[in-house]
Ligand binder design. Structure first.
Ligand SMILES: [Zn+2]
Length: 428
């Protein structure tokens, strides 16, 4: 009996540790209302990862939720904080670092590379253990970095960010109960700041016409940060174009011409620190088609292509919600991006390994699985083979969605549902 009782106590504490959300009252128990920024390196090859802390920074604002501190296990990585004394899990958040994508490229089979990353967590009141974990090929998290942090250490950098001018494009309330989107100017000179403000406004005006963002516009704040660059534009290495810009963005990421990213996350985070934020969007002063989106990490889009507003929304699907690409025919630089024997974590694709955990309840009983890509099932939710960069073995919810192409008006019902859930999680 006694043994059973002890076992039960252990079981309950394990459940508390791993399953329960730390609520708002607990936020104040464990955290101060500001940010601890953890800068770290990820280094390795296609099948090796080493992580090291680069620096720790204190930032004035915590833009994230104070109602939830333990989030669903989305992302190729996650950061977790454990109270050092009680070992209790007090914060968990998933994200997609650029390094993890690079590991699937051909280059990663031939060389080792290092990437600089930053992640924000709420500022702990007492000593914590931080764990950074990587999802392995089987879909399970494994620890790549474990480090004790004393929040009172004077090695945590506490310097004021450069006071960039901020324009509130949309303000609906205080930042803890809203989703705060920081849009950063990239490749706009001081003379081009009016153009940047107009470009940023145009992006969000469009985004808030797309369901379900239209219905939840009042849950967002949007800030435009007027950080000027020395030169106008961005790097296009394949055309030998190099511009001196504040956030060092570039097309030709992983040698893919339209893949627009930056690996200078230190520059991005230093600029973004002037506002509280949940999401960072780098708006790039270019008319070339392209963008990039990394879950809970970074969004980028060029501003002046005819399809830029649509790309803006597509990339935000990646960055804000963790939606997968539903396309499968375009050439990408990836090898074996998904393990077909594992259910992917992204809500809008499936390998059918555990389809019950996905959108099975949104399908008519008469719709065949898999569903043929033909006229009979246009605009219907089904299970269509092709998605996640693969024509075989990965399935999408509809035949076309904003996560597949720029043709449809917006997102499919499955993506909409996932977006709505993310909005509610961060604002309720
Ligand atoms: Zn979709």
């Amino acid at each position: 009996m006694k043994r059973t009782a002890i076992f039960s106590i252990l079981l309950v504490s394990a459940l508390l540790q791993f399953g329960q959300n730390v609520n708002a009252q607990d936020f104040n128990t464990f955290f101060k209302d500001k940010t601890l920024r953890i800068d770290f390196h990820l280094r390795g090859t296609h099948d090796t990862t080493q992580a090291s802390i680069a620096q720790l920074k204190e930032e004035k604002y915590w833009g994230g939720s104070v109602h939830h501190t333990i989030f669903p296990d989305y992302g190729t990585y996650r950061v977790q904080l454990f109270d050092a004394k009680s070992k209790q899990l007090i914060f968990s958040k998933g994200f997609n670092p650029l390094f993890k994508e690079w590991q699937t490229t051909n280059e990663a089979k031939e060389m080792s590379k290092i990437y600089y990353h930053t992640i924000q967590v709420p500022y702990p009141k007492a000593k914590v253990t931080v764990k950074i974990e990587e999802r392995n090929w089987e879909g399970k998290f494994q620890t790549v970095l474990e480090q004790n942090i004393d929040p009172k250490s004077y090695f945590i950098i506490n310097e004021k960010p450069k006071p960039y001018k901020v324009v509130e494009l949309l303000k609906n309330g205080e930042h803890h109960s809203k989703i705060d989107l920081a849009i950063l100017a990239e490749g706009y000179t001081a003379e081009e700041m009016d153009e940047f403000k107009a470009d940023a406004q145009r992006m969000i005006d469009y985004m808030f016409t797309i369901p379900p963002f239209d219905r939840f516009k009042n849950r967002f704040n949007v800030y435009a940060i007027l950080c000027e660059s020395e030169e106008s534009g961005t790097d296009v290495p394949g055309k030998h174009i190099y511009k001196n810009t504040i956030l060092n963005s570039s097309f030709y990421t992983f040698d893919s011409p339209r893949y627009l990213t930056t690996s200078d996350m230190k520059a991005v985070a230093d600029v973004a620190a002037v506002v509280p934020y949940d999401q960072v969007y780098v708006l790039v002063n270019s008319a070339t088609y392209g963008g990039g989106g990394f879950y809970n990490y970074l969004n980028l889009t060029s501003a002046d292509h005819a399809l830029s507003e649509k790309v803006f929304v597509h990339e935000f699907g990646h960055g804000f919600v963790g939606l997968a690409d539903e396309y499968y025919t375009s050439s990408t630089s990836y090898n074996d991006f998904y393990n077909l024997k594992v259910e992917p974590w992204e809500p809008n694709i499936t390998t059918l390994v555990n389809f019950e955990s996905k959108w099975k309840n949104m399908i008519d009983a008469t719709t065949p699985i898999p569903t043929p890509r033909n006229g009979k099932y246009v605009d219907q939710v089904g299970v269509f083979e092709g998605g996640g960069y693969s024509a075989k073995g990965i399935y999408s919810p509809v035949q076309d969605c904003r996560m597949k192409s720029n043709e449809p008006e917006g997102f499919c019902p499955v993506c909409q549902k996932a977006i709505e859930a993310t909005i509610k999680l961060l604002t309720e």
